[in-house]
Write a protein that binds this ligand. Structure first.
Ligand code: TRP
Length: 333
């Protein structure tokens, strides 16, 4: 049976990019015959320092968002990474398997560490080793990720393979990426060339799941576009990043292709398109934000769901960990 594992950073202010890029897809993958394990990766989050109270609040926020978007505590295992100590234990073992040369190639580290590499935390550097442990501690074989995480997944495969080779065991599966059928990379509403992100200083660049109808309408109205009417083919969107972004959001909400949307809208103006897009967004997000508010006001319920999830997760990883300890020759099993 396929076992899917994926992780998401616990950020506050969950936005449309998180939803269309990952969360919605996670919800869809909850099907009979597939096991789905979804993890809020707080240990990854602290590779860049943040205030403890913020971290705690963000975990609750993201958990509420996931539940509101249809991740079900019955169909999936939903939990917080630090609640299952097996992740960090396996990460240590994997740090003895992964090579420094492999980590030196990781582009995300280079981007995040910037010019001050010497001053970056060791945790930021070994981030992908922990990610490999997240996946392999459950022997998961499929991993839904965006293309920015493909290199890390490749590293997880390399680690699994080297472990199997070094210990002469066919123990860890080589996990594969599960890319979304319709990859929706939602871009900033003010700059079609940068990703929608919670770290952009302007709130007008993103739509939050908890935004109300007026705010959504306002943000779409003010979204950057250009003066041309909508084209009839996607080739003509190449240098129109903002136009493409709004069309892609529309397509994702409607479950149709970009070309399908263009067939409907070619020749019309953005002034006609935007209110319809705003209506669609509002209709789509209203039930989600309502549920999010319900969960947000019942912290105990969310904590309970996560605690049960952590128990299930630990039950799944425990036998894999004891076998791993035996393979490596560790005594403390
Ligand atoms: N690094 C991933 C991200 O930032 C989150 C993550 C952590 C993850 N562990 C994982 C994703 C394991 C997939 C599998 O998006």
């Amino acid at each position: 049976m396929d076992r899917i594992f994926s992780g998401i950073q616990p950020t506050g202010d969950v936005h449309l990019g998180n939803y269309l890029g990952a969360i919605r897809n996670w919800a869809k993958m909850q099907q009979d015959g597939i096991e789905t394990i979804y993890c809020l990766v707080d240990l990854h989050a602290i590779t860049q320092w943040q205030p403890p109270a913020t971290l705690r609040a963000n975990v609750l926020d993201m958990a509420s968002a996931l539940l509101a978007c249809g991740i079900s505590a019955e169909k999936s295992v939903l939990f917080v990474q630090s609640a299952n100590p097996h992740h960090s234990e396996l990460a240590w073992i994997f740090s003895t398997v992964a090579r420094i040369g492999w980590l030196n190639r990781m582009t995300q580290f280079k981007e995040k560490a910037g010019k001050h590499k010497e001053n970056a935390s060791v945790g930021l550097y070994t981030y992908p080793v922990l990610m490999a442990a997240d996946i392999l501690v459950y022997h998961a074989n499929l991993v839904p990720v965006g293309d920015d995480q493909l290199q890390h997944l490749e590293l997880a495969r390399d680690i699994a393979q080297k472990f199997n080779h070094d210990y002469e065991q066919d123990f860890f599966p080589l996990p594969e990426a599960r890319l979304q059928q319709v990859a929706t990379r939602v871009m900033s509403l003010r700059d079609g060339n940068s990703k929608m992100s919670k770290s952009d200083p302007s709130d007008m660049t993103r739509i939050l799941l908890k935004d109300n109808a007026d705010t959504i309408a306002q943000k779409i109205k003010k979204a950057k576009t250009d003066a041309l009417p909508l084209p009839d083919s996607s080739d003509r969107l190449e240098d129109r990043a903002e136009a493409r972004n709004l069309l892609a959001i529309y397509a994702a909400l409607d479950g149709q292709t970009l070309q399908g949307v263009l067939d409907e809208w070619a020749g019309k103006n953005f002034s006609d398109f935007k209110p319809i897009l705003a209506d669609k967004l509002i209709a789509h997000l209203a039930p989600i934000s309502q549920k999010m508010n319900e969960y947000a006001s019942d912290e105990t319920e969310v904590m309970n769901i996560l605690a049960k999830g952590a128990q299930k997760a630990t039950t799944l990883s425990a036998p894999i960990m004891s076998k791993m300890r035996e393979i490596v020759g560790l005594q403390g099993s």
